[in-house]
Design a protein around this ligand. Structure first.
Ligand SMILES: NC(=O)c1ccc[n+]([C@@H]2O[C@H](COP(=O)([O-])OP(=O)(O)OC[C@H]3O[C@@H](n4cnc5c(N)ncnc54)[C@H](O)[C@@H]3O)[C@@H](O)[C@H]2O)c1
Length: 261
């Protein structure tokens, strides 16, 4: 087991990539604090963990990662339950309304930046404080995006927020390396999750609709397929494990080769 008895907070753990990470971390022996704004999403992940046969210890915490009060509460609840923290996975994130920037409402800009970028600041700050108090270091792993390295039209706030995560990662890694805190991020490409299937826009594409929708994108992916939450979970597991001891400040593409820089 790569993460035996490590205590991990996973934000956005209720569905999609966050759920994939939770399931994999459970198999690797971690203890989990799953955070999500939607209790219904957390309940589904909890059911999967209960049925996983891993016997994983976990708590679920409903919270908004863009609220400093909520973030403080779920850190306090995690430490109260497990006594320590070893890994923070900053995964919760949202898209933005698919409209040109000249029509983008200010509130949509603010919300995207708050959920995708401010949350990384709020959570990473408390994680680092906890790691310094404990001594012995810790891991911070954020989920940026391919869209944090290359711009996509109509996704301007999303791209700006995810590029912010990459540079937050680099700068913070330089600040806290002295405390043996490793700060890295991943940049997934086209990953089959409810977000990509349009859940937030009320689309919820079924398999046939999704296959049709992504067929246009596949020629741009050298490995010729979309990714799955498990593909991303593998790298987020590696980054939390001892095997990644000497890595910090990195932004790792998980895109089937679509993004190479
Ligand atoms: N799916 C992709 O193709 C893709 C690609 C690159 C990056 N990402 C990033 O991966 C992360 C996860 O995306 P996903 O595709 O699994 O999305 P998803 O919508 O399927 O799951 C995200 C989860 O985060 C929760 N969440 C949303 N806002 C929150 C908030 N304010 N506080 C707490 N929880 C909140 C949602 O309720 C949901 O359960 C995001 O940061 C996203 O930007 C996804």
């Amino acid at each position: 087991m790569l993460l035996k008895d490590k205590v991990a907070i996973i934000t956005g753990g209720g569905r999609g990539i966050g759920r994939g990470v939770a399931v994999r971390y459970a198999k690797e022996g971690a203890k989990l604090a799953l955070v999500d704004i939607q209790q219904a999403h957390l309940d589904e992940t909890a059911k999967m963990l209960d049925e996983s046969g891993t016997g994983v210890e976990y708590i679920t915490l409903q919270a908004d990662v863009s609220s400093s009060a909520d973030v403080q509460d779920f850190f306090d609840a995690t430490i109260a339950r497990f006594g320590r923290l070893d890994v923070l996975v900053n995964n919760a994130g949202i898209g933005n309304p698919p409209v040109p920037i000249i029509d983008m409402p200010e509130e949509a800009w603010d919300r995207t930046i708050a959920v995708n970028l401010k949350s990384v600041f709020l959570c990473s700050k408390l994680a680092a404080k906890q790691y310094i108090k404990q001594g012995g270091g810790g891991r911070i792993i954020s989920v940026s995006s391919q869209a944090g390295k290359t711009g996509f039209a109509m996704l301007t706030p999303y791209c700006a927020s995810k590029a912010g995560v990459v540079l937050f990662t680099q700068a913070f890694a330089k600040e806290v390396g002295v405390h043996k805190i490793n700060v890295n991020c991943v940049c997934p490409g086209t990953i089959d999750t409810p977000l990509l299937r349009g859940a937030e826009m009320g689309l919820n594409l079924d398999d046939a609709q999704f296959t049709q929708a992504i067929s246009r994108m596949l020629p741009a992916i050298p490995l010729g397929r979309v990714g799955y939450p498990e593909d991303v979970a593998k790298i987020i597991t590696f980054l939390a494990s001892d095997d990644a001891d000497y890595m910090t400040g990195q932004a790792i593409n998980i895109t089937g080769g679509q993004e190479m820089h």
